[in-house]
Design a binder for this molecule. Structure first.
Ligand code: GDP
Length: 407
């Protein structure tokens, strides 16, 4: 059978956006670790991180190349697309934003919004990418979640929906109160996972106050939540979750979480939030393009004509890898595709699922997925690839870019 229509709702094409130094690499690394993709914790300072695989990049401490890595969480597949935080690579961020369905914006709990987080945020606004905010480095001296949230609200103008209350501060930051489920998550020294428990007595009043603020902010913007709030004067956790999902996906609010990636605190709740709130490929509008000069669109349906965007080309020891986002249809190993950039057809010799530590061969990739392919010799980042009999040139037109050579 050529197609499979199910499971698209279990995919999250996710980008991590941040100012340089906010902790994007560390968050990415911890996500790969938490999802079991890597078994050794990479440390940024010793140059063993998985996504920063270019030596030049390691040397400079700047994430230059967007690498897409697949990992699993709670029955979902998360395709993690690394995006450069450095302002010199705005084009690359722009291209990555075209293939994402949702993003985590990482902020420094001391610095709050920094100039580059602002420019990346605006780019994400232009692309309509739903976001979650992760206030990182809660363990640092001077870390302040409320001040960081004020800076996000004041400079980026979203409606922040703060779903956690920190437990402890600076060096004593040990966990969070999850304000949706009203439970405490505590990471003890050296522990692999959070321990769940009741809200500590000392924080009960403050947690209740903040839960109330969250409920009010949600009810004000979500009709079904407002109805329940008026009836019962409170919201159930399930209503909160579904309203937060709608607000996030509609771009009407930004869920805010916090943690310390470096200390591996807060990453599992972040992954839970990615799965709960950010959209799947089915929840985003159909991709648009032009066909024979006329506007056309394609749904995220494996049975539709195949349309994909090449968003990254890397020359690696495995061969020339072209990273693709498949928007519609099904791409089979051995298929011939038409490249709207070169106006030539080429054959896809292999399809790979890129994991942190290996490439898994695939027979096919379906709408919504992100994969790497081998065999394309001429495709450039920005090229549309489509079924030869059914060309569609994706908007905006692709930008040709030279191949990046990775040692
Ligand atoms: P990127 O430039 O955004 O990719 O940031 P990195 O992940 O490379 O982190 C920048 C620096 O901040 C590194 O020295 C990290 O070790 C450090 N760092 C990252 N996360 C945390 C954190 O949660 N707490 C503290 N104290 N330092 C962190």
């Amino acid at each position: 059978m050529r197609t499979r229509t199910s499971n698209l709702d279990l995919i999250r094409n996710l980008g991590i956006l941040a100012h340089v130094d906010a902790g994007k690499t560390t968050v990415t690394e911890r996500i790969l670790y938490a999802t079991g993709t890597t078994h050794k914790r990479g440390e940024v300072h010793d140059g063993t991180t998985v996504t920063d695989f270019d030596p030049q990049e390691r040397d400079r401490g700047i994430t230059i190349f967007a690498a897409a890595v697949s990992c699993g969480w709670d029955g979902h597949r998360i395709n993690l697309i690394d995006t450069p935080g450095h302002v010199d690579f705005a084009d690359e961020v722009e291209r990555a934003l075209r293939v994402l369905d949702g993003a985590v914006a990482v902020f420094d709990a001391v610095a709050g919004v920094e100039p580059q987080s602002e420019s990346v945020w605006r780019q994400a606004d232009r692309h309509g990418v739903p976001r979650i905010a992760f206030v990182n480095k809660m363990d640092r001296a001077g870390a302040d979640l409320d001040a960081a949230v004020d800076s996000i609200r004041g400079r980026l103008h979203p409606v922040p929906l703060v779903v956690q209350l920190p437990i402890g501060s600076e060096d004593g930051f040990t966990g969070v109160v999850d304000l949706v489920r009203m439970r405490a998550l505590v990471w003890s020294e050296g522990a692999e996972a959070a321990e769940e428990g009741p809200v500590p007595d000392a924080l009960r009043e403050e947690a209740a106050r903040r839960r109330r603020l969250l409920e009010e902010a949600v009810a004000e913007r979500h009709p079904a939540a407002l109805e329940e709030f008026c009836d019962r004067e409170t919201l159930t956790a399930d209503t909160l979750v579904s309203a937060l999902r709608d607000l996030t996906r509609g771009g009407d609010g930004v869920v805010v979480l916090c943690g310390s990636a470096y200390r591996n605190r807060g990453v599992e709740p972040l992954l839970d939030a990615v799965v709960a709130y950010l959209p799947s490929p089915l929840d985003v509008p159909p991709v648009r393009g032009t066909r024979d000069g006329a506007r056309d669109e394609r749904p995220a349906d494996p049975r539709a004509p195949m349309t994909a965007l090449a968003f990254k080309v890397n020359a690696t020891p495995t061969g020339r890898l072209t990273y693709l986002r498949v928007y519609s249809g099904t791409l089979e190993k051995g298929d011939t595709v038409w490249d709207a950039g070169t106006r030539r057809t080429e054959r896809v010799a292999r399809i790979l699922r890129v994991r942190a530590d290996r490439h898994d061969p695939l027979e096919r990739a379906v709408a919504g997925d992100i994969v790497a392919v081998v065999g394309l010799k001429a495709a450039r980042a920005g090229s549309t690839l489509c079924a030869p009999g059914d060309p569609l040139v994706l908007e905006p037109p692709g930008v040709a870019e030279p191949v990046v050579h990775v040692a």
